[in-house]
Write a protein that binds this ligand. Structure first.
Ligand code: BGC
Length: 425
């Protein structure tokens, strides 16, 4: 599962490389009561609704202090549209002010702000109108941005218009992806009117591989999956063309050039089979070393996939806006982090310009339906909301301070690693 980690050479990053961590509103703030997710969690009686999440909405001063103590130079967060416009056309100025206070504090601390404007959640009223399923509704998102962006543009260093709309493998999903592309292009135009900070949309970069690498059908299905999951997005930004199989192509001129950098969220690889309608292939077998005591879709270390994918993305600077591992044994997280940083350094050596790395996530977060998968560098006790940095956070602090790491630093945190065999597949 984890492969052999050899570190003959120290891993170093270019001067000015930006280090930090990533979060999203609904997953940490708590009481995001006007969002469509919150409504669904209640309606469908989720066993674990988001509730207070990490109570970040109230505890952010403590969290930002911790960010500084742990040496983070950048922080990715989102503004919840449903807090800003809880009812259609009605703006909550107090909520806006609350976010502005957060941004001011980050600025005071010299921490760069990566801001996501749509991280999966939006107001329930927008959902009831059909959300991003309907092209016409993009106007409502743009209207929201026209209200919000001029009020906060002074604080934002990097923009993500939308987070990860690129996944999904159904014909119906194409329309929604096309609408999101239009929302991204129009959102970028609004941002550029008020801000010179770089803009992108965070892309879920998945390494798709054929379940059987010798099977022609698996290979073909994988190529298609890769197009409709990854490449359609890069193609649209490079050319302005929205192109999906079995759908008329569209040209949206504003799309062309609407990213200033590639914002990449990378976790692992997934296998594709031609023999299932869904295309979802077998999962990596993690029986020997289960990172958490629950079946979860992000279980394999596959940093090689990151190197492969970055090879095709050398036309713009890159920020890794998410990369992380959920596990109960924090040693695995340190290893995951070290191996992915090693992969990034290799990609840089092969010609990529990578400007920064944000670990997902700063805090243990609400993982959309559950609090079980723990991604945080900082643990959260979901009863008391107490925060406790894990050893990963200390390791990362030293990586930031040295702008890299060597074998000795890994061994300082993973002394048992001297016996290489314990982490071998
Ligand atoms: C999402 C996060 C999520 C993480 C781990 C990313 O796809 O942007 O919201 O928590 O993956 O599953």
């Amino acid at each position: 599962m984890l492969g052999i980690f050899s570190m003959a050479e120290p891993v170093t990053f270019p001067k000015g490389f930006l280090w930090g961590s990533s979060t999203a509103g609904h997953q940490i703030e708590g009481d995001n009561v006007h969002s469509q997710n919150y409504a669904r969690e209640l309606e469908e009686k989720f066993a674990e609704p988001s509730g207070k999440a990490c109570d970040f909405w109230n505890r952010w001063p403590e969290d930002f202090k911790l960010l500084s103590e742990l040496g983070h130079q950048a922080f990715r967060m989102s503004v919840e549209w449903s807090r800003i416009e809880p009812e259609e056309g009605h703006h909550d100025e107090e909520a806006l002010q609350h976010y502005i206070e957060m941004f001011e504090e980050l600025k005071k601390r010299g921490i760069k702000v990566f801001l996501t404007l749509h991280h999966f959640t939006h107001p329930q009223w927008f959902e009831l109108k059909g959300g991003f399923e309907r092209r016409k509704n993009v106007d409502l998102f743009v209207r929201h941005l026209e209200y919000l962006v001029p009020k906060i543009s002074a604080y934002v260093d990097f923009w993500n218009v939308i987070n990860e709309f690129n996944n999904g493998d159904t014909l119906k999903g194409y329309e929604k992806k096309a609408n999101f592309l239009v929302a991204h292009a129009r959102g970028t135009a609004v941002i550029r009117a008020y801000s010179s900070a770089p803009v992108s949309t965070a892309h879920a970069l998945v390494e798709w591989q054929p379940e059987n690498p010798r099977d022609e059908f698996d290979i073909t299905r994988t190529r298609i999956r890769d197009w409709i999951g990854n490449e359609f997005f890069f193609h649209a930004i490079r050319t302005g063309e929205i192109l999906f199989p079995y759908r008329d192509a569209e040209i949206i001129p504003e799309l062309k050039g609407s990213c200033d950098f590639w914002s990449l969220n990378y976790y692992t690889r997934h296998f594709v089979t031609a023999r299932k309608e869904s295309g979802t292939g077998k999962r990596h077998d993690c029986n020997r070393l289960r990172p958490i005591d629950r079946d979860f879709y992000l279980e394999e270390f596959y940093p090689e996939g990151l190197i492969d994918r970055l090879g095709g993305l050398q036309d713009l600077p890159v920020h890794i806006t998410e990369n992380g591992f959920c596990c109960d044994d924090d040693r695995l997280r340190i290893l995951y982090l070290a191996r992915h940083l090693q992969a990034l350094a290799e990609a840089i050596r092969r010609g990529s310009r990578i400007d920064g790395y944000l670990y997902w996530s700063f805090l243990d977060n609400y993982e959309w339906a559950s609090f079980v998968p723990r991604f945080g560098m900082v643990s959260v006790d979901f009863n008391t909301f107490a925060r406790t940095p894990k050893p990963t956070a200390q390791f990362f602090r030293e990586v930031i301070r040295n702008n890299g790491f060597d074998r000795d630093l890994v061994l300082k945190y993973l002394p048992e690693f001297k016996d290489w065999t314990i982490y071998q597949a």
